[in-house]
Ligand binder design. Structure first.
Ligand SMILES: O=P(O)(O)OC[C@H]1O[C@H](O)[C@H](O)[C@@H](O)[C@@H]1O
Length: 415
């Protein structure tokens, strides 16, 4: 059996009694999650019972994309792109027969999208448009701009063969357009919300197109799901520890990583936890920092500022590559490897922050491979959903996101 992500609560400042108090309701939360009766919990059993035929179709579509283009532009926002970008930037396939994956529709910047158009002008192009609703402003705007570019380059008929759509099975304008134009398409399942959808076609198609082994990713998720199901997993315990810290006023969780390739995984965590937990005046505010970079800015606050936070360290045990530091670096550093120095930073930061009373949770991630990426996704989805249940909120809706949209519509109508 391969390794599992390990949870170390020894420096979390949560004692057994507190953990027990916070864990009241844990069994109930887990039972609810696994009952198969709660809305939007389709992701819980997905690693065991995903549709094998659909997976082969995803792989075939990914292969076709690889043959068709130099650049695949993934259009989507929030849960419709973050998982894919997190996986692709963390895992980089290193293969040379795969397209570069670019992202559009994550902002409303004319500059960003004009620069993207300039960059892809002379390249062979495919689009993968992902939107459950089909009406999200950012993705709709970007899709129409990029579709225009595709028409200009290839004409409408050939363009339709280069558009891959992932949307609701039956409703929405993107589904209607897909049926009308005959795009290759996949479904955002009804029982899985956007931020829990990485292991559906939403994440899997772009990730596979980038040359990353999605079967391994699903196998990793399955190992995490089996562990949680059999009560060997640590994700639910992490939820209990988080709730204990929240009850002590630690209302910010700082996810910290020392491998820059985890930047978008940090962004994915922010969406997952932010939209799931932040409601009814409750929740832990998720932040993500890249170390050692941010030690030279936010490090001051963590060491010496308002102690309203706790830290969750994502420590990668076996980074993909390493370099030996030459003699010229001086006695302290020469002859050591960069990863050894990075690990010294991990331990040094933990010691310094522990000394001033910061609660520190440490997660040991064996390696950044597709298998462990799948484990990480499932692990944090479970921690997040269980935390929501423990805290008495619905971790699968995001009613607050709508308010700014209706205000923005009013402004647009005046233009
Ligand atoms: O897939 P879509 O319907 O385009 O939604 C994309 C995203 O936008 C919304 O505003 C929500 O806040 C997100 O949870 C969602 O993932």
């Amino acid at each position: 059996m391969r390794e599992m992500i390990k949870l170390d609560l020894s420096r979390s400042r949560v004692d057994a009694q507190e953990l027990q108090a916070a864990a009241a309701g844990l069994e109930e939360a887990k039972a609810k999650l696994w009952s198969g009766e709660e809305p939007f919990t389709g992701w819980v059993k997905l690693p065991f019972d995903y549709d094998r035929t659909e997976l082969e179709e995803v792989l075939a579509a990914a292969e076709q994309i690889q043959k068709q283009c130099d650049i695949l532009v993934v259009i989507g926002i929030g849960g419709s792109y973050l998982g894919a970008q997190a996986a692709i930037s963390t895992l980089k396939s290193g293969k040379d027969n795969v397209p570069e994956v670019c992202f559009a529709g994550q902002n409303l910047s004319g500059t960003y999208h004009k620069e993207l158009l300039d960059r892809i002008k002379d390249k062979e192009l495919c689009l993968c448009v992902i939107s459950k609703s089909g009406t999200t402003t950012e993705s709709s705007v970007a899709f129409s701009i990029l579709k225009d570019e595709l028409y200009r380059k290839y004409g409408k008929e050939e363009a339709a063969k280069r558009i891959y759509a992932i949307t609701d099975a039956n409703k929405g304008i993107l589904r209607e357009e897909t049926a009308r134009e005959g795009y290759v398409s996949f479904v955002v399942p009804d029982d899985i919300g956007g931020r829990y959808s990485v292991l559906t076609a939403v994440g899997l198609l772009p990730i596979a197109a980038a040359g990353i082994d999605i079967k391994e990713m699903l196998a990793g998720a399955e190992s995490a799901a089996a562990a949680e199901k059999e009560d060997r997993g640590a994700a639910a315990s992490l939820a209990a520890a988080r709730m204990a810290l929240l009850s002590r006023g630690k209302a910010i969780e700082v996810f910290e990583y020392y491998e820059p390739s985890l930047f978008f995984f940090g962004e994915w965590l922010k969406q997952l936890f932010g939209e799931s937990e932040g409601k009814d005046g409750k929740g832990i505010f998720p932040a993500a920092l890249q170390f050692s970079t941010d030690l030279h800015s936010m490090g001051q606050f963590l060491q010496d500022g308002n102690q309203i936070f706790f830290e969750t360290v994502l420590n990668v045990m076996k980074p993909a590559q390493d370099i030996l530091v030459p003699e010229s670096a001086g006695q302290l550093l020469a002859g050591k490897s960069m990863n050894e120095i990075n690990q010294a930073a991990v331990e040094g930061v933990i010691a310094a922050h522990e000394a001033v009373g910061v609660p520190i949770i440490k997660l040991e991630i064996p390696e950044l491979t597709p298998y462990y990426f799948g484990q990480m996704v499932y692990f944090f989805e479970t921690t997040c959903a269980v935390s929501g249940y423990l805290n008495g909120v619905n971790p699968f809706d995001q009613p607050g996101v709508e308010s700014y949209k209706s205000e923005m519509r009013k402004v647009l109508m005046k233009l």
